[in-house]
Design a protein. Structure first.
Length: 269
């Protein structure tokens, strides 16, 4: 049988809210629906003009009507309503920063009067009986938050995939990831839904914080800290010009998040 692909008369369907446009074709002479769909993708227009403006090809439905006969229905929508192609990725970001409690500053800029006690960068030191307490302060730190949304093919997103994403939530990259150095990216988790019978989108969320080098706290120099490690200072009571003060004894960097190869764990290559 010779293959034929013709417009079906009186088959146009439209809507205005939201704007859509459909036109049916009849394909005859081919038994494989995938071949029919591939042929239709090359033959139907990618853009149509309607009263609501230009609409763009979003999907092609193929419905079998008999032996080697199919109804083919391309569907057109506005550009912002187009279904993302399989394997596509988009991302959103926020640089609104994050709140962090610190007990020591990067440096003490000044003391007034000049004879005031030098607390060696400790912040909000107060007397508590015979002791000195360091209250510290909450500050805003650079904190980049990223969300990558992937459109996965049918069958990729299933319960096993969800369990894997859960297992690496709260992990930090152990190698370069999306241009960030090891230690700078924390995986916050993902949102998605079942895609065993259809394509599915999964949104992955990350927090990014820069690695730091050459920090100085009191007499402790050369401090290095990976972005998502924690830093704390051990101090002791001392005197400065006969007045009580606190002096850093040591600076500690603590690793609290497990390290993984995020790209491999997420299946991003």
């Amino acid at each position: 049988m010779t293959f034929r692909f013709n417009e079906r008369p009186n088959s146009v369907r439209t809507t205005t809210n939201p704007p859509t446009y459909e036109k049916q074709y009849v394909a005859a002479g081919e038994f494989d629906a995938n071949i029919v769909r591939a042929y239709a993708a090359q033959q139907v227009p990618q853009v149509v003009a309607t009263e609501q403006g230009f609409l763009f090809l979003d999907d092609i439905a193929v419905q079998e009507q008999g032996q080697s006969v199919f109804y083919v229905t391309p569907r057109y929508v506005t550009q912002d309503a187009q279904k993302p192609p399989v394997g596509s990725m988009k991302f959103a970001f926020s640089t609104t920063g994050g709140s962090f409690h610190v007990t020591h500053s990067k440096s003490t800029v000044n003391r007034y009067p000049s004879t005031a006690v030098d607390y060696k960068q400790a912040i909000n030191v107060r007397t508590n009986g015979n002791d000195l307490d360091i209250d510290g302060a909450d500050i805003i730190i650079p904190a980049l938050k990223l969300t990558y949304t992937f459109n996965h093919p049918q069958g990729f997103v299933n319960e096993s995939h969800a369990r894997n994403l859960a297992s690496i939530t709260g992990c930090v990259n152990d190698s370069v990831f999306r241009g960030f150095a090891a230690g700078e990216v924390l995986f916050l988790g993902a949102d998605g839904s079942d895609g065993t019978n259809s394509e599915a989108e999964v949104a992955c969320h990350f927090a990014c914080e820069s690695n730091l080098q050459a920090l100085v706290i009191g007499a402790v120099t050369g401090i290095e800290k990976n972005g998502h490690d924690l830093l704390w200072v051990n101090s002791k009571k001392d005197t400065d010009s006969g007045k009580p003060t606190v002096v850093p004894l040591g600076v500690y960097i603590e690793r609290v998040y497990r390290r993984v190869n995020l790209a491999a764990a997420l299946g991003w290559g």
